[in-house]
Design a binder for this molecule. Sequence first.
Ligand code: AMP
Length: 466
Amino acid sequence: MCGVVGIYNHREAANLAYLCLAAEQHRGQESAGIVTAENATLHQHRAMGLVQDVFPPDVMVKLTGRNAIGHVRYSTTGSSTIENAQPFIVRGQGHWFALAHNGNLTNAAVLRKRLEEEGAIFQSTMESEVIMHLLAKQNSGSVVDRMTAALKQVEGAYSLVFLADGMLVAARDPKGFRPLIIGKLGDAFVVVSETCALDLIDAEFVREIEPGEIVLFDANGIHASKPFPLQQKKAHCIFEYIYFARPDSHIFGRDVYPIRKGFGRQLAKENPVAADVVIPVPDSGVPAALGFAEASGIPYEMGLIRSHYVGRTFIEPKNEIRHFGVKIKMNPVREVLQGKRVVVVDDSIVRGTTSKKIVHLIRKAGAKEVHVRISSPPTAWPCFYGIDTPTREELSAANMSVEETRQFIGADSLAYLSQEGLYWFEKLEKREWFCDACFTGNYPVPLTDAPHIMDLARSRKCSSPS
Ligand code: AMP
């Protein structure tokens, strides 16, 4: 998954991009990059690591110019290397441009093969580079015309920002899988993945870029166009509401926090259990656990404390410590758990390994019973539109029944939010506006690069009794 930012016409463009990326750090912790444009000159810095480590002051002073784009990355496709860090820059035929992309394309492999056969040389394994090559091949028309011609060839999810001489362009795929938002700061325009980034720099929320919209910012203001055929059904990613977006953001026309809390309320109504305390798996389970406690009347407590200061790499002790990976991040509060019937709420089970370790930690701290409640339906299908999920073979819900998963994680009971409960905030007739392929296998855009998954999903649906 990734976060993007674009700044148009601000004397501190790089600093603002930096701050917005810091606010979007939860969307990607592997690499970060900023490109600034100063007239016809580009300045770039990309590196592996967190925003605060990637951009020390001596780097920031070199990123001059009034326009900037930035990117934070968590690898979904392409390996975790510096070549795959964004933004990408392309120079040629007297032009240059830079691009940062959030989302996954579903026909990138097919397009890449074709481009390579035509002589294109790729610098990375990133599918976003395919967009760059398609753009570079368009040598006539306005920037928006060329971008439209390139984007018409790609399928899948993209929320992207694009810097060219004297302009910033932002575009969102016709289904609107990933969020993309316009803000304003004085005379400057800001484009971000999430509104929490606007809040940090005191920018005003203007509006979301609509699905299928291309928005150009230049010296004459904003120019919006919708060059793609109108889509009847949008496909906003429901997992943004469940897990990915920050709860203080406003995306897809709604605030994330109340929706996430409502998932917990709904979960409690659907799957009640007699218990003494409700605890979240911090931080992702907090709003849903609050909702669960509210609806069930069971007291809410912090039964697990998360350390916010451990990164992804740490020194492992030579003498093996059981469940070290989860223990370094999370420690139980014995006083809350001892002798209690505990409900522990998390947003999702992917492989099931985290839940297994957490149940073990809670039991070891003296809990009498451990009831796991998950504020989304079982994740049974991989995402091809930008969320980092493992293959279907690794997804616990694709391979085990709920009862088998309960046994695997060692809980006294396990229950998930239903598909109906998930849409508690939606009117029934609007259900089509979300992509929930990770739960249903209903992939809204063809998986050109992974036809076997699409075939499997179709065959499962045909054979299922519902
Ligand atoms: P697992 O051990 O694979 O079942 O992981 C489940 C945990 O991963 C839950 O606590 C989720 O909050 C978290 N999670 C869910 N989706 C993702 C994702 N795409 N990237 C990182 N963590 C995730």
